[in-house]
Design a protein around this ligand. Structure first.
Ligand code: FAD
Length: 306
């Protein structure tokens, strides 16, 4: 464990915590829109717990095909109305007509949203299924990003894939797609979760060599449900290293130890990345605050008055 790196040297993160600039995020938190009143209560506990850490933004996911359109919108709006946080709305275009997507974009601008995470969305059959754009829809995140900018001057963030997007023939192709998204106006790349840090660093180096200068923010997924992670990672083609599998071996019935390990693994990942010069992290919270909150404290973040 390389904890002392953070405990002894957290000035970069602390100093940046005074800056509200969206393009220099320190940490950001991703939530999904709740389906039930109970889930909504859990989400809001998480938001309230994480709010004083002054994240650069908090994002709310959007179902491919617009399945969560209302719930995402409601959640984003409530964040705007009731918190000091800067919300970023995820938006997908798969399976939707251009005019419907445009209406969502315009609604967000009217509501006061200024940040969008622009994504194509997974094929209707799920990750890895065959993708066919709708004839009257936007075909890719590139087209979506351009459309967003045609409608209003949002800050647009996009997804990047350190271990290659499952549908992509090569990493170089992915990097070409990223460059097209930047040409269309994307300002930040947020990565798919990963555990193979070398793969992430190699990807980042290739991206920089290709002339990409926008921030590439590592997406950090604290793993408490290892079996669930294995399924998700298989679909996304993210590697689950043998050391991680070994760590969680025999712990299926020991949720508490899994949680402690999840925190330790995420802290170590962030510490290694910090050592490589990264100090912006995007956390996939799964709407739970405690683990991410503790990880952030180790990273040197402290509460601000809200
Ligand atoms: P794109 O950038 O459009 O492309 C993905 C891949 O498709 C490319 O890498 C390339 O291989 C191929 N491709 C694209 N354009 C071309 C082209 N012109 N020619 C040839 N090939 C091309 N999904 C959701 O449904 N809701 C969410 O809220 C959500 N949030 C996410 C957040 C992050 C940070 C990330 C990384 C992913 C998220 N996703 C979400 C998943 C995302 O929708 C899927 O990974 C989807 O399959 C690809 O979306 P994209 O925006 O990366 O697509």
């Amino acid at each position: 464990m390389t904890l002392p790196m953070f405990i002894g040297d957290n000035r970069g993160l602390i100093a940046r915590a005074a800056s509200p600039a969206i393009l220099a995020p320190r940490v950001s938190f991703e939530f999904f829109p709740p389906k039930t009143p109970e889930m909504e209560a859990t989400l809001w506990q998480a938001i309230r717990r994480l709010e004083p850490l002054n994240p650069a933004f908090v994002s709310v996911t959007y179902g491919a095909g617009g399945g969560t359109r209302e719930r995402t919108h409601r959640t984003v709006k409530r964040i705007l109305d009731e918190t000091s946080l800067q919300p970023a709305a995820h938006l997908t275009c798969v399976g939707a007509a251009r005019q419907d997507v445009d209406a969502v974009i315009a609604d967000y601008w009217t509501a006061g949203v200024r940040n969008i995470v622009a994504l194509r969305g997974d094929p209707p059959g799920g990750v890895g299924g065959a993708y066919a754009p709708r004839a009257d829809g936007y075909a890719s995140a590139t087209e979506l990003t351009a459309a967003i900018h045609r409608i209003a001057p949002f800050e647009v963030m996009v997804g990047v894939y350190p271990e290659k997007h499952p549908e992509s023939p090569s990493l170089d192709h992915d990097i070409d797609v990223l460059k097209a998204k930047i040409d269309a106006g994307a300002k930040v790349g947020i990565s798919q979760f990963f555990f193979d840090i070398d793969a992430f660093l190699r990807f980042h180096e290739r991206v920089r060599k290709a002339g990409v200068t926008i921030p590439i923010v590592p997406g950090i997924m604290p793993v408490t449900n290892f079996k669930g992670l294995v399924k998700m990672a298989a679909a996304c083609e993210a590697a689950v290293p043998a050391w991680l599998a070994h760590l969680f071996e025999g712990l299926d019935d020991d949720a508490e130890t899994r949680r402690l390990l999840a925190g330790a693994v995420a802290v170590e990942l962030c510490a290694k990345l910090k050592g490589e010069g990264f100090d912006n992290f995007h956390f996939y919270t799964l709407n739970r605050a405690d683990l991410v909150y503790a990880i952030c404290l180790v990273l040197g973040l402290r509460e601000f008055a809200v």
